[in-house]
Ligand binder design. Sequence first.
Ligand code: GTP
Length: 596
Amino acid sequence: MKNIRNFSIIAHIDHGKSTLADRIIQECGSVTERELGKQMMDTMDIEKERGITIKAQSVRLDYVKDGEHYILNLIDTPGHVDFSYEVSKSLASSDGALLIVDAAQGVEAQTIANVYLAMENNLELIPVINKIDLPAADPIKVAEEIETSIGIDATDACLVSAKTGVGIRELIDAIVERVPAPVGDPDSPTKAIIYDSWFDPYLGALALVRVFDGEIKKNQVVKLMSNNEEHQVLDLMYPHPLKRQKTASIKSGEIGIVVLGLKDVSVVNVGDTITDAKKPTAEPVGKYEPAKPFVFAGLYPIDTDMFEELRDALDKLRLNDSSLSYEPETSIALGFGFRVGFLGMLHMEVIKERLEREFGLDLIATAPSVIYNVYLNNGDLVEVQNPSELPPINHIDRIEEPYIKATVITPSEYLGNVINLLISKRGTQDKMTYLNEDRVMLEYSLPMNEIVVGFYDTLKSISKGYASFDYEPIEFREGDLVKLDVKVAGEVVDALSVIVPRTSALTRGRALVKNMKELIPRQLFEVAVQASLGNQVIARETVKSMGKNVTAKCYGGDITRKRKLLEKQKAGKKRMKSIGKVQLPQEAFMSVLKMD
Ligand code: GTP
């Protein structure tokens, strides 16, 4: 055990985590240059396209230093805030962490958020300044930023280039010297944490674990402590992106993959503790919390006959993603669909994209919403995930909404813009730190509702792309909130209802009906578009009637042209939904997103 090193890599997006991981793997001789050809640590297609890591990958490596043989376990962490629960479990499985910062960019928001998680887990942090080959690299300035923002000594930071390989061997030596060896009792009952799980088409549900006490042996009957399920261990392997190696046991201090032969991942939950069924350990490793969705949206097939296909597709995705939750929902406007819960905005985008791409479904997504705690006059608490289901206002005592702690790092020239944006999003300042004369770190509390739509894009555009942002959910706080409804030709379109602060209801109502007016094609009759709070109409626009037949201009003329026009209209209709007599295009359902 004294020659094992378990470490994670934490970094802001694009600071070079995957490239560095690949270099370390290569330096340990675990793969050849040719095998390295493509980056190995990111495996899913969408991850590759977007250059982000969603699922953690790990690898066990051999390394020899001064004639001594070491096992290095590189525990990869998902890089995005949506998956912060998984990040924290990966960190809980590590004894140290490489904190990578881009030598030209400096410390960014995601660096900070991850460092907080690493500190909570008492990890030994090794600052690593990457990309020193870049002409704009300024390692001294970056080391100072690390000290100011995080408060750790960065004078002995490792200077590396993951691209050219400079400093990699010294970095691995530093891991061996500075990351503490794992502690644990090999003779106590089995105690291991699941820090990742996924579905393998051949092997079934797999659990990636870190063993603290005792060992996990092949054929052992183990118990999952959160749900008391007992299962036999069918097989055990050490993780590797290209060549997994089978083993008869995973011992105290080690990481490994456990094969339990289960058909889905729903019982193999990240954060759960595995122990021996007959001789269980007294306490689990840390508290287990099931992944909690923060953002909800309705997903509806455009073709209502595709409802069952959508259900099948969601079932399939959940096999590999136990954080995905959904239940059937009916909308007067959109028909049958599902209310789907996501960990965050990126999670939502990825799921929607996979449903469309991998399963060929055409979907309408309603505007995303956070979850609201609604306290009724009779004392009951209702959790509202769908704005159209907000109870009548006269039954409500108060509404509480989720808040986040946001970290933004910006060049000082955009500080004014960024502060104005945060204030307009109902933010309050908790802290402001100058990292140096050029860059400022802001910490704000603000309602999560304000960031689910468009916040990130606006932040990027007002800072010419330079500001970075990260967040963590903190608590629920009371808000003065109202439900804004939209009526088309006198009928409330339930899928368009949103919950907004009372103070911005009027501006948002006006913007919304104006947007809708542009999007609704002219019909044979006049259509009123109204925004209302309860029965009170606060904004109105009118879509004028069409007046004459669209094909009229082809009348008596070229018949193929006329047919083409009709076909084009028909294709357009596929993406339309009828509200009463009115046809609404898909974009209309997204128009609530563009209300600023
Ligand atoms: P995630 O997908 O979130 O893990 O991003 P990441 O942090 O892994 O970034 P990645 O390894 O994909 O690197 C981002 C970009 O920086 C890529 O274009 C790399 O080629 C480049 N890069 C990484 N390390 C270096 C380096 O040392 N020098 C230079 N010049 N470029 C580098």
